[in-house]
Ligand binder design. Structure first.
Ligand code: MEV
Length: 314
């Protein structure tokens, strides 16, 4: 790869359709990219201390607030790997990405920065190496990340993910998915920790919830291929109940999920780490997608995005 004078890269959001939390413990998951929210990172040579500019901070990387510790870990690991001192560099990462909403902001920030630095220096980092650099930050953010987010924020296609391996899947869903932001920050770290703690205290119960989630995830792959929307919606409802039982929902998320169903969604569930963040709701068709998004905003969603699976790369 040739070095550039300014390194630049983009990454975008993701929504998990099926399998969050269970995926941390070896079960499969299905995730879609959410291109409506994105981040652009740049890396530019600049004399002095390593400087970071993001939406919430502009200053030396070494003095960045604790919330940026994951990004810091990824930047340091990247420079270390390519044999560069952590100075004489200005890294920026700016976008319209709502933070802590289960949409993958930490992975997208890290992935775009790794790629921008590699673009600047011309280092030819393989995809697994880039992924592991993003995972360095994700471990600081989430404790025990499955790696799903790190793949999906750089993918243009739906992803099937299990045990660290990602593959693209074919989706022929002819109806949109409405993503509705509860406006409340999620807490993936504590939610993942709570599920792991529950596995210790109630192993059989948790194994049962994971089996439910896994069975729906496996079957949903076929439903997505064949555009079996009604069945898919029913699976989303059932998985939401399993996630509630795993204590990763919240009253606000439940209320949005129930409002979506009342507004005619074929199914609705929380997405991502939970305990705040976003829900996803499956519309009946394109027109209903618009109506459903409006209903979600009337029901208290801070903002909504309409995800049209027909626009994914095949
Ligand atoms: C977070 O977006 C999804 C979780 O399954 C955690 C992970 O996969 O690392 C909750």
């Amino acid at each position: 790869m040739q070095a550039s004078t300014v390194g630049q890269s983009v990454a975008w959001g993701k929504v998990i359709l099926f399998g969050e939390h269970a995926v941390v413990h070896g079960h499969p998951a299905i995730a879609f990219p959410l291109p409506q929210v994105g981040l652009t990172a740049t890396a530019t040579p600049s004399p002095g201390p390593l400087w970071l500019t993001v939406d919430i901070y502009d200053g030396p990387l070494a003095s960045a607030p604790p919330m940026l510790a994951p990004l810091r870990a990824t930047i340091i690991a990247t420079l270390d790997l390519i044999g560069r001192e952590p100075r004489n560099l200005h890294v920026t990462c700016i976008g319209d990405f709502p933070l802590e909403r289960g949409l993958g902001s930490s992975a997208a920030g890290a992935a775009s920065i790794v790629n921008a630095i590699a673009d600047l220096t011309g280092d030819d980092l393989s995809r697994p190496v880039r992924h592991s650099l993003v995972q360095t930050g994700e471990r600081v953010a989430h404790g025990n990340p499955s790696g799903l987010d790190a793949y999906t924020v750089l993918s243009r296609s739906p992803i099937w993910f299990q045990d660290g391996q990602a593959e693209n899947i074919e989706v022929n869903l002819g109806a949109p998915i409405v993503v509705a932001d509860s406006g409340q920050p999620g807490d993936t770290h504590s939610a993942v920790g709570a599920v792991t703690a529950m596995m210790r205290t109630n192993p059989e119960e948790v194994a049962g919830y994971f089996a439910t989630i896994r069975d729906h995830t496996v079957a949903a792959r076929e439903n997505l291929l064949k555009d079996e929307r009604a069945t898919l919606g029913r699976r989303m409802n059932e998985v939401h109940e399993a996630l509630r039982s795993l204590s990763v929902s919240s009253p606000h998320l439940d209320q949005l999920v129930y409002s979506a169903r009342e507004a005619g969604a074929l199914g609705a569930k929380l997405t991502g780490g939970g305990r705040g963040g976003c829900i996803i709701a499956l519309a009946r068709d394109a027109q209903h997608g618009q109506d459903l998004a409006r209903s979600m905003e009337q029901a208290g969603a801070l903002q909504t995005w309409i995800l049209n699976p027909e626009e994914f790369e095949k």
